[in-house]
Ligand binder design. Sequence first.
Ligand code: GLA
Length: 710
Amino acid sequence: MSNNYIKIDTLNTSLLFGVYDKQVEKLYYGERIPDAPEYSVYRMKRRQSHPSVDDVVRKNDIISYFGQGNSRQFLVELEDEDGCHNLQFELESVKQIEGAAVDIKGLPYAHGKTKTVVFEFRDKVGGLSLFARYSAFDDCDAICVSHAIKNNSKKPYVIKRFMSMQLDIDETGHELTYYDGAWARERQCKKIKLDSGVFFTGSSSGFSSNRYNPFWMLKTSYGGYYATNLLYSGNHKEIAEALPIGLTRIMTGINDERFAWKLEPKETFDTPEAVMAYGESQESITTNMHVFVKNHILRGAFKEKPRPIVLNSWEAMYYDFTKERLLELAKVASEVGVEMFVLDDGWFGGRDCDDRALGDWTDNPKKTGGLKDLSGELHAMGLQFGLWFEPEMISPDSDLYRKHPEFVLRGKRSPVVTRSQLVMDLVNPKVADYIVSALDKIIVEANVDFIKWDCNRVMTDVYSKFSRGGEYAHRYILALYNILERITSAHPHVLFESCAGGGSRYDLGLLAYMPQVWTSDNTDCADRLLIQEGTLVAYPPCTLSAHVSICPNYQTSRTTNIAARFNVATAGVLGYEYDLTKCSKEEKQVIGEQIAFYKKHRDTFQYGDYFLIESAFDTTKPSWIKVAKDKSFAIAVIVRVNEAINRERGKYRLRGLCDDANYKVTVKDKDTTFAASGKILNSYGLDLTGLFGYDALFEPVSLMLIIERE
Ligand code: GLA
């Protein structure tokens, strides 16, 4: 802190605060600026009064609440016993701490922080302390923000809203990009101009959901991008308020809809952590988000480990399998080079269709032949063994339900049943213990290496005797994190993949426990181009599970060639969702070659730096490149899909290569090579038209370029 300024620097950005009249203002957030003795250039004088107080006096304050002139969207809203909402916070102290100072109890948080600034504000009349915490890292341009409130008074409060992050940005007219979706159509890119008014996205389904991902990106009207995301898997809300006087406020945090948290005397409430980043381009936002997730969200044994190539039984067999069929499939899988055999839904209790047995997490030997033996035989074949669970859900037609109807989340009325299932009341400690011990038993007995953790419905009947209604949704997520902490720490060598009816819970909270996600139930490679690009904008390839599946595609009936299906799946962690026993000899050979190729370049596919070349949302030539850290090697995938007839196909500008280096480019399976400098490849001009021929208009066709430094 110099005088009344505090500056947080990241690699390429700076966030500058100024302290005025016991308030803290954000003076600047953008490209990195040098240290200076004073920064009055950013604020000549704080305006003292104006008829419309908040509009100018409280502009850029880092916290906001009802009272003292605030009249925009608030960071925090509290109600005391008398129904009074007014607050008056004044800065009490500023602490600058080296290292990882923010350890948020019960919630996942980013690790590896190198510096943290903690502002403490006090409301003296109400006996409240509010902490605003900003942390930076030494390897990326991400800044984590979270808040906490402590009740030092003798009376309880109800927290009605408490957002994780607030950022005021000059001017209006910024372009917001967000990612919406539905089952099998997750994370579709949407853009809206923020001229005036309040716009929000979020989820009230109990989970982060496929409807709106918590990731937001804002392109300002004067250049530069701001991005935000939230380390949370429950109801979230992202708010943008564009004010006619020319200010925009953005916030993210727990959704305040039906949220009401009683804060008793001496208690503290922590918000989830949010992350924000500034960059000159969408590309720099993506790069920073990827480094942030890889280095500061992912944890445990699989953080940087090569992820195995999976054969998943779901689209191959659904519920219709026996031990013999599974082993037959596994044998072919191991022959073509698969590393992990995942037995999906249907192996437990009386589960032979969607309608029953969720919760009965005991082996059904009639189908599995005994999990222990099955696992032993798979291991003997050189395959690892994975199992599907849906631990948070229960079927009304299950032994568990018959024995423990009280395990269900039901509100005070009959709960709605969807996909023949109900939600377990995770806040009930007995339910949490049941889940932990049921999974623990199977993991140990069957020597399980991988768990696909599914969650196939939304939470609608939110009330339980274990929690007040307004607290339930958040308490559920805290209970879920606690369960995950218990299970993952007891089994650090099990790889967890999260899934929620496909990619309905792709968020930074779950990634802290489960380092990869089943991206979507839609395995059609043309649709995947959109879904995967909308995911990769904020989450790195090593988190994105992508499987090659049968043709015509099960979800869309589209016919696609197997090369395109593979090339598109290499955007993430490769797997197969395929009845390989039905493949011809030639098809098996192709799959074997694909797997061998992927293994050879796995590090680039899973951990290389990802750059978007052309967007599937804007063009008919979606393409991307992954570049090794030292830029000596790269692989680009170039797809053409849904093209207009008789139209020039356009050229490409590769990304991320070293300008000064010379590269040899091999077009896989096309017997074509050429050489060019990185500078030439990185500039617009690469014409691949002749290599594609004119064979595709609707069906995706693709090329893979292998780029080696000479
Ligand atoms: C969900 C998942 C699928 C599969 C089924 C099994 O839909 O997303 O991948 O596991 O459940 O019921």
